[in-house]
Ligand binder design. Structure first.
Ligand code: IVH
Length: 677
């Protein structure tokens, strides 16, 4: 063994301290102070010193997060102080009952202060430190006996291997939640899909599965975090006397403490906090399933004590569930504008994520195969915030013997034309084109939609009636509609019929970009339509452009170029365009030399929250078409922020930096000003 000299020893100690500090700022405080590459260099320096002087290595060295042979099984551990659970309150009334019980038991009329903590949805654990060194970690298990997960816990960077600060206790047992942030979960599942492996249903299952790995090298690859929320045992000089004081102390010792904790002076403030977090819930980086309220003063906690398995001084106020179980009643196949045949699940209605859900998309045949879903199955439906409901899993234990496998149709359910699936796509398409009434309806709805030719009063139901009654067969027929055709239709009065004819007349006056978008060429959204218009100037120039000429336009890739070529070389499409122009649909060509084609160049926009009238992807495309950059984070470089309902930290950041903010209506008015210019 090499002997280390004093100078090298000092250097090593300094390096360990430096790395520990950077890791804490990165993983716990979320305020990285050096680039990742620099951190990696420090780590390599540490490892090379440890290679030369292995006697230096102890269990708390930053190099020791992943180590040891895989286990053959987990050892059971008994908790010295049992890990209790919480009583739940599902509504405001049971919360006020709880509050009443607290004040009555304390025999106190003054308000009781509560610490409000987000209830993280992960795996409860206990982590034990002796003389400041992590010695073991265990899952909660049944509250009395859990599993030894020390090796796996050591791979989690927000769990300190050695406590920080000056006031290190002799013994400390910290309790907290290990969880997987949503982006880590999404990445994990994306990799699993790529490799054809099973995916996890939700971040909590993924966190539990990651902790249950016998080989800690696998756990180390999962971006798990631990948030500390309490203490089981504490022997040391410092003894905080409130829950808030305790969490602050844990923060000083190096643990990650949830930044959203809030000290409420009374239960009214608790409810206000609940309401606030319930709307912001989906803007957090991790799943929470409620709020935990804890009487803040430990003296009062002691006086309140426990009932069998839960404390009288705390309660979990739960959010409406985001996952529920229901039954798959049927699968229907819908045909979209481009012929895409999409399976739609009809479900027994179920209340989930705050709304009643009775339909969910099944995307495509691959998804049906992946879920191995059958009609009659019990399924888990997930709906988080304003996200579209999704079937995450079949409950196979509940499968009935008469459950019916789903057959993807070989012919279009609407027009009977063959359904084809190309090799490069997961999507099956009806080959009926404009002979398929379903595609015609969708094409007309799109043509008339607000952001295309904007025919006011031509709603979806009316389009369906007109096509079903064979009054119109394509968008061209809209321009030959008469009062006498419209008035006999259901729910169409004389007044609305004549208004519709005025709107149809008005739609003839349009712009090249809107017309291109209205044609519904595959992959060509509003932004690409604008790009095409501004790059080629006229419909003829676009129709005649070669594949290479299209590819020369920045923002047009090979797939879009192919669809554009396919569209304009199709004689049916050409005759529809000609007919529309003959009916009087017109626009001004663009003078390529004169116009400013990218009025928003040099601007950076951020879109946040949900938009109603256009999707975020569409809004982004339009902005790119106008020359702007679209970024996902707000900084001093940001020129504008468009904020829809549910906007959270980005909106607040924009407010702090005094960046102009628009809502969706203001944004649309802003875009229209450019589009009509
Ligand atoms: S306190 C005696 N605080 O919720 C108090 N629990 O049933 C015990 N949880 O198993 C728990 N966030 O896994 C507490 N801020 C928080 C929490 C929290 C999540 C989990 C914990 C526990 C379950 C309660």
């Amino acid at each position: 063994m090499n002997d280390i000299n004093a100078a090298e020893m000092a250097d090593y100690r300094q390096l360990v301290g430096e790395i520990r500090g950077h890791a804490h700022r990165y993983f716990v405080l979320d305020e990285p102070s050096i680039p990742d590459a620099e951190y990696d260099r420090l780590m390599r320096r540490l490892q090379s010193i440890e290679e030369r002087y292995p006697q230096l290595i102890d269990a708390t060295s930053p190099s020791q997060r992943v180590g040891g042979e895989p286990l053959s099984e987990f050892t059971q551990l008994r908790h010295e102080v049992p890990m209790l659970s919480l009583d739940n309150a599902f509504d405001a009334e049971s919360l006020s009952d709880f509050g009443r019980r607290v004040t009555e038991r304390l025999n106190q009329s003054a308000d009781v202060a509560y610490l409000c903590e987000p209830k993280l949805d992960g795996v409860a654990v206990s982590v034990l430190y002796r003389e400041g060194v992590l010695v073991r970690a265990a899952t909660r298990g049944d509250g009395f006996v859990g599993e030894d997960i020390t090796a796996n816990a050591k791979t989690i960077h927000s769990i300190p291997l050695r406590l920080h600060g000056v006031s290190v206790p002799e013994l400390l047992e910290v309790r907290g939640e290990i969880y997987l942030p949503r982006d880590g979960f999404a990445r994990l599942n994306a990799t699993a899909i790529e490799r054809g492996e099973k995916t996890f249903v939700n971040p909590r299952n993924a966190a539990a599965g990651s902790l249950r790995q016998l080989d800690c090298a696998v756990t180390a690859k999962r971006p798990l975090e631990m948030c500390a929320y309490g203490v089981g045992q504490l022997d040391g000089e410092r003894q905080p006397d409130t829950q808030l004081g305790m969490l602050q102390y844990l923060g000083e010792l190096g643990f990650l403490i949830n930044p959203h904790i809030f000290l409420a002076a009374d239960l009214i403030q608790c409810e206000a906090y609940y309401a606030d977090l319930a709307v912001r819930r989906n803007t957090l980086a991790y799943d929470i399933d409620g709020i935990v309220y804890k009487v803040n003063a430990f003296e009062l906690q002691r006086r309140l004590g426990f009932v069998t398995r839960s404390p009288r001084w705390a309660i979990a106020r739960k959010f409406p569930a985001e996952e529920e179980i229901t039954r798959l009643l049927a699968v229907e196949f819908q045909v979209g504008r481009t012929g895409a045949v999409t399976p739609v699940a009809r479900l027994e209605p179920v209340f989930v994520g705050g709304v009643t859900v009775s339909n969910a998309t099944l995307h495509n045949a691959d998804e049906i195969a992946r879920l191995d879903i059958r009609v009659g199955d019990s399924v888990i439906v997930r709906r988080a915030g304003d996200v579209i409901p999704k079937i995450v899993k079949v409950v196979f234990e509940k499968r009935l013997t008469d459950a019916v496998p789903i057959r993807f149709p070989a012919s279009c359910p609407v027009c009977n034309s063959p359904v084809e699936q190309t090799l490069d796509e997961a999507i099956a398409r009806c080959t009926g084109g404009l002979f398929c009434p379903a595609q015609v309806k969708q094409a007309i709805k799109h043509f008339a939609s607000r952001r295309a030719l904007d025919i006011d009063g031509l709603g979806d139901r009316l389009v369906e009636q007109l096509v079903d009654a064979k009054c119109i067969h394509s968008v061209v027929d809209l321009y030959t509609l008469e009062l006498a055709t419209l008035t006999p239709l259901e729910r169409v009065g004389a007044k609305s019929a004549s208004n519709l004819l005025v709107a149809i007349e008005k739609s003839k006056n349009t712009t090249l970009a809107k017309f291109l978008y209205a044609l519904g060429i595959r992959e060509v959204g509003e932004g690409s339509a604008l790009l095409l218009a501004n790059s080629f100037g006229s419909l003829e120039a676009i129709a005649d452009a070669s594949g290479d000429e299209l590819l020369d336009v920045e923002g047009i890739g090979p797939i879009m170029a192919r669809h554009i070529r396919d569209f304009f070389t199709n004689p049916d499409a050409r005759s529809i365009m000609r007919a529309l122009q003959e009916k009087g649909v017109r626009w001004a060509d663009i003078d390529l030399n004169a116009s400013v084609q990218t009025p928003l160049r040099a601007q950076t926009w951020v879109l946040t929250g949900s938009l109603q009238e256009m999707s975020r992807a569409e809004a982004k495309e339009v902005l790119l078409g106008l020359g702007a950059k679209v970024s996902s984070s707000v900084s001093v470089q940001t020129s504008h922020v468009v904020a829809g309902p549910g906007a959270g930290s980005k909106l607040r950041q924009a407010e702090t930096l005094a960046i102009p903010i628009m809502d969706e209506q203001q944004f649309i008015a802003f875009l229209d000003a450019y589009n009509d210019a």
